[in-house]
Design a protein around this ligand. Sequence first.
Ligand code: KIV
Ligand code: NA
Length: 271
Amino acid sequence: KSARVSVPDLVARKGQEPIVCLTAYTAPMARMLDAHVDLLLVGDSLGMVLYGLDSTIPVTLDMMVQHGAAVCRGSKQALVVVDMPFGSYQESPAQAFASAARLMKETGCQAVKLEGGRAMAPTVEFLVARGIPVMGHIGLMPQSVNTMGGYRARGRGDSEAASVMNDAIAIAEAGAFSIVVEGVMEQLAEAITNRVTVPTIGIGASASCDGQVLVSEDILGLFAEFKPRFVKRYAELGSEIEDAAARYAADVRARRFPGPDNIFGAVKRPA
Ligand code: KIV
Ligand code: NA
């Protein structure tokens, strides 16, 4: 099958096989992951993972446009979703539409994602009614780090759990085609998954979510600043890169590199 996974294809996966999602920010990463996932998310986590920022707050729409376009160029079968960055949608539904339209026109992505619960429901409805598929994102919302006072799991107490559940229901009823559920107690993630009719995609949530997402650099060992509990490492590429750099450096210093195969018109030298 050559066409991309579509939004309706993804929605139809609820209650079927789990939906596999990973983040991608660049064309080569998208090319490597494309055949293995249903959805590639161009997450605003790129602010921390690629740019060394200490939160996602400074990420701009221009950054998301450039990385979103690269991921679309590098993939051909996955559904590509691009994150709306902080400040590009919260002000009004009209502001959100202008930002989302720019992402779709300039990247070729099929959908956008935005963080927020009840307060964002009218915005989700506004976008969906105008042809823009929206993925929700509730629970731990990194763009709200300053109001939440840090990154911690949500839904520990009954009232907080009820609030996150109400956010999920509001976003689903507003027409989101899927909802990322981040950093919530497992029982709550399961209850949300049972309650809403669209697929839930968990991160630090529950294996009973309809799908899972993780940051690719986290599972690959390429972002080792810290390892949250919900990350599982599938490779240690960071230490492989350090090792490769060390071996290259040693070769250059010992004049072992470049060798005869790496140069043009090699001079014959006595052995
Ligand atoms: O920005 C991101 O990578 C995300 C996912 C981890 C859900 O929002
Ligand atoms: Na994000």
